[in-house]
Design a protein around this ligand. Structure first.
Ligand code: KIV
Ligand code: ZN
Length: 512
């Protein structure tokens, strides 16, 4: 058995399925480039048949990424497989990931198919995919709740048909580590041709055990691929977190005895990029990438760390990219230094005009804030903070007044379809008043389901990063806004979310 663990990142597919985490093509491309720097083995770039937008994003990623295998998900049906193969046509290394449910519940209630029909369709779909690419993964959706005899028949048949990886998802996050590990081990023992494919684990986090279950699948079960996402992003409670699995295997090499190819110093940059792009804030006590992950508050711990680091530290902060969190630029930094830092952060601007616009914003920020961190630069160029020609709304200016004992009041000047409009409103606080002033003209009718504020670099001088999640007619979008002024950041985030709702509405209409 190999002693290399394959890291399959599905941030751009399973992660993106999380309500509000949907990303534009350019956002996906930027994350894909970071995943390449992170040196994951495989990236699932999307689900080509799910929308023309996803197809385009996969195609763009397949063009841009050279050092990582690019994968598209496909249901076990001809149209999906054809679209996945077409989207991946220009990839240097491509994989089609075919799936069908195998649990009695899913087969009867979701697919309305008999087990024999499912078996037949699984085999047919792997055959079709194999006609287009050599690297084919088969997933038995809801594998963990499937009948083992049937599951073994399916796996044996798809491996016989040429599947090179077989994945056993705990789709609903129901597994317990030892039980899941034993499950994978039993399957590997019972399937006669099990040694002809790589076994993969894919665990959801509904009971908070996705990472533990995945590691048990590796250690007890002998799986050699883990499917995971940056920050554990994903539907409901999320997926197995990439940074936790990678650092567990690396830190406890004595126990796992496995190598991972991931460039761990890129972990923090990946975490920040995904968080800033989706608006899903990382909790401070999150392992590896949380703001407190390497902070030692108690005097006893601090004293110990100063005497010998390993008294309280099992990993080095710089090994996961924390040392990169340095003051990089300031008021006196010139255009070349700014451009250089963009390059180091892996940000490619589309044109010289975009670079100039970003530099102007940087100068504006440097006038208000003496230390500019990497996170500030990422925020400056994040999609949510860049005005697009097709945006319905843009902030022009905002003024607000609040005083103890007085009702807060705000006036917002914004453009709406290119026309300048002004709205004034009162509210419970200055943020509330500003968003109400925007709504006077926007009249979105959307419900706000989340509002959160995060200090980008940890002090009162830092920029506020506000996330606003809006819901309307079953659609959920996140808007992110950054500014040293919390009220302005809130207005930017709100307008960004409104633009996304608007863009999604026109996209659906355009597809008919
Ligand atoms: O959770 C799951 O079962 C999946 C499959 C499509 C692989 O995401
Ligand atoms: Zn999943």
């Amino acid at each position: 058995m190999s002693d290399r663990l394959i890291i399959f990142d599905t941030t751009l597919r399973d992660g993106e399925q999380s309500p509000g985490a949907s990303m534009t093509r350019d956002e996906k491309l930027r994350i894909a480039r970071q995943l390449e720097r992170l040196k994951v083995d495989v990236m699932e770039a999307g689900f080509a048949a799910s929308s023309p937008g996803d197809f385009d994003a996969i195609q763009a990623i397949a063009h841009a990424v050279r050092d990582v295998t690019v994968c598209s998900l496909a249901r076990a049906m001809e149209r999906d497989i054809t679209l996945a193969a077409d989207a991946l046509q220009y990839a240097k290394n491509s994989r089609i990931h075919v799936f069908i449910s195998t649990s009695p519940l899913h087969m009867a209630k979701k697919l309305c198919m008999t087990p024999d029909q499912v078996l037949e369709q699984a085999v047919q779909s792997v055959r079709l995919a194999k006609n287009r690419v050599s690297d084919v993964e088969f997933s038995a959706e809801d594998a963990y709740r499937s009948e083992e005899d049937f599951l073994c028949r399916v796996i044996e048949a798809v491996i016989h048909e040429g599947a090179t990886t077989v994945n056993m998802p705990d789709t609903v996050g129901y597994a317990i580590p030892a039980l899941y590990g034993n499950f994978i081990q039993r399957l590997r023992e019972r399937v006669p041709n099990s040694d002809k494919a790589i076994w993969s684990v894919h665990c959801h986090n509904d009971l908070g055990m996705a990472v533990a279950n995945s590691l048990a699948g590796v250690k007890i079960g002998g799986a050699r691929q883990v499917e995971c996402t940056i920050n554990g992003l994903g539907e409901r409670a999320g997926n197995c977190s990439l940074e936790e699995v990678v650092m567990a295997v690396r830190t406890r090499r004595d126990y796992f005895g496995l190598d991972v190819g991931v460039e761990t110093t890129q972990i923090l940059a990946a975490s920040r990029l995904v968080s800033q792009t989706t608006g899903f804030v990382v909790q401070p006590n999150k392992a590896v990438v949380g703001a407190n992950a390497f902070a030692h508050a108690s005097g006893i711990h601090q004293d110990g760390i100063m005497k010998a680091r390993d008294t309280y530290e099992i990993m080095r902060a710089e090994d996961v990219g924390w040392s990169a969190n340095k003051i990089v630029l300031g008021k006196l930094s010139g255009r070349n230094a700014f451009k250089q830092r963009l390059l180091e952060l892996g940000i490619q601007m589309d044109s010289e005009a975009d670079t100039n616009a970003a530099f102007a914003k940087f100068k504006e920020l440097a006038d208000r804030k003496s230390e500019i961190f990497d996170e500030d630069i990422l925020a400056l160029v994040s999609e949510d903070n860049v005005a697009h020609r097709h945006d319905q709304y843009a902030l022009v200016s905002l003024s607000q007044h609040s005083e103890t004992g007085e009702t807060p009041q705000a006036t917002v000047i914004m453009t709406m379809a290119g026309k300048e409009v002004t709205g004034s409103a009162n509210g419970n606080g200055p943020v509330d008043a500003s968003l109400k002033a925007i709504e006077i003209h926007a009249k979105s009718g959307a419900e706000m389901v989340l509002y959160s504020v995060n200090a980008i670099s940890g002090s009162t001088e830092s920029q506020a990063e506000v996330t606003v999640r809006l819901q309307k007619s079953g659609r959920v979008v996140n808007g992110v806004g950054d500014d040293p002024d919390i009220v302005v950041a809130s207005a930017k985030a709100y307008l960004s979310a409104l633009n996304k709702l608007q863009n999604q509405a026109s996209r659906v209409a355009a597809q008919g």
